[in-house]
Write a new protein. Structure first.
Length: 173
């Protein structure tokens, strides 16, 4: 069996494993100890299967977040990228616009009012959620990172599975 891993970095991020048939094998919230990344558990996820390829989101620019969250996110990307390199695992850093372009091809783009209230902007969370519902209609994404039920879709899991599917489509041939 061939496996692919998608990683949405950050404190609210996630890991999703797909098989070669695009079936979800496992959904894992970002392992944390308090507000610190649990390096041991992350390493165990990376070594848990033989992956054909791993996609790690690299959001080079963050809009609307605090400096503290931007530093934490960048730190997470570099931490996981370093582990992937050290473990000699086949991987790609994927910009959000790259995977979104592919994964939103057949989805009606959702819009919301900008923070200024004057224009409409793409609602990336809603558009990604629609994509996930269309591809995996029976899968539950209404979970917290600890696996409990939630009234909202888990953005980290949603992004991680779309990143993973993007990677599977490119490297799964």
């Amino acid at each position: 069996m061939k496996y692919f891993l998608g990683v949405d970095p950050g404190l609210e991020g996630a890991f999703v494993i797909l098989n070669e048939s695009s079936q979800i094998v496992e959904k894992i919230g970002m392992p944390l100890i308090g507000n610190e990344y649990n390096k041991t558990e992350i390493k165990e996820i990376l070594l848990g299967r033989e992956y054909v390829h791993i996609g790690l989101e690299n959001p080079q620019h963050m809009f609307g977040g605090s400096k503290k969250s931007a530093v934490s996110l960048a730190g997470c990307v570099r931490l996981i990228e370093g582990m992937l390199f050290a473990l000699e695992l086949s991987h790609t850093l994927v910009r959000p616009k790259e995977w979104q372009k592919e994964m939103w091809k057949h989805i009606k783009i959702q819009y919301k009012v900008s923070t200024s209230g004057k224009t409409k902007v793409v609602d990336t969370k809603a558009t990604s959620s629609l994509s996930v519902i269309n591809i995996w209609p029976k899968e539950d994404f209404y979970l917290t990172n600890k696996g409990n039920k939630s009234k909202n879709m888990n953005d980290g899991l949603v992004d991680a599975v779309l990143i993973c599917e993007y990677v599977r489509r490119i490297y799964g041939k």
